[in-house]
Write a protein that binds this ligand. Sequence first.
Ligand code: ARG
Length: 460
Amino acid sequence: SSNAMWGGRFAEGPSAVMREINASLPFDKQLWRQDIAGSKAHVAMLGATGIVSAEDAAAIGAGLDRVAADYQANGVPADDLTLEDIHMLTEARLADAIGPVAGRLHTARSRNDQVATDFRLWVRDAIDAVVAALEGLDAALLARAEQHAADVMPGFTHLQSAQPVTLGHHLMAYHEMVTRDLSRFRDARARLNLCPLGAAALAGTSFPIDRHATADALGFDGPTRNSLDSVSDRDFAIEYLTSAVQCSLHLSRLAEEFVLWASQPFGFVALSDAWSTGSSIMPQKRNPDAAELVRGHAGRILGCMTSLMVTMKGLPLAYSKDMQDDKPPAFEAHDLLGLSIAAMTGMVASATFRTDRMRALAESGFATATDLADWLVREAGLPFREAHHVTGRVVKRAEELAVTLDALPLDEMTAIDRRIDARVFDVLSVDASVASRTSFGGTAPDNVRAAIRAAQGDAA
Ligand code: ARG
């Protein structure tokens, strides 16, 4: 038989495959809360403007509450694909609950503005959840950075020991990334927060609706301005996904550092039991699986973003059914991002940083060679290029003797350049090196502590 909602002009029902390819209910059931909220705001407005009677509006509002209570208690029944999507399912359940008056709910509305509204509400909730989670990650980073503000580790370029930094400084680099991520999500939310409800199918409606009232009731800043754009715009979801991608890139870099640091050659970090997994064959193993999955999830989130962008590319105005494919990638990316943030927060908060090992590696890699070159410039007046060359020879000699720079005897250094004197030992230790990096944004422990205080001030 033909469809109960739109089958008036049809003699026969859809084929089974048509029904299956057409149905979004298996995934858009996730929108049920937003769909009920949108319908309640819509029917309250229909009642207030007299488009439906106050009684009918009240009956529909109460019926929607009953449908919502049933979804909450029993889940959303997603097996009947003839109902296509969450919008038609809810209307059918509403009719079961209150009878034919349910048919007045869809006055002055289309599923096109309805789904655009629901999806905006969902993305807005998604952003709020991500922002809260990122604030938690940031708090964990700041706490661990404070604890390790003065603990020396090798800083790397090309993954080669470069100059000593502090672990606190390194963690604060991720605080900066998280801060930019938060700003992107908040920015996307601000632009998203206009309400498409009332654009109807594409052209607006002849009913005397009050779009400001529905926008207000749903917590939007106002109605969207163009009915065609209202039903065909998915920028808000794309912006959520691009922000999610950038965030996941940061998480994957942090995850990769945990993977490296947890390896035996580095030994910089011991993950807590809660964030490690064992091997079914090798009893000694403590694998950083969660970090590896965060690294992997970034690729999947990027795939979700690509998927939605490609769906939208080249679509003519206004609504096309392709746009129904907007939701699975947003839902998937949100789940993956939520897990990734939670996992990294847990790892950062509970990891044991092996500061002794970090210090030993910082000391063994000639990481204070730049300090020696700078000293030769500052104290002995050499041009930097010449200082660089002299220092290179000092490093070579230390390597031959298998000692660190601050353990190389002074006569070995003066044999290379007579302008070096005993004061040089003031700058050759890793602690002296980091303490000297007092330029704004540098790794000196006092700078790191100031950056943490500033960040905590911003958060408070
Ligand atoms: N399930 C549809 C979607 O998610 C709802 C809108 C359907 N509109 C239509 N004209 N068929 O996009």
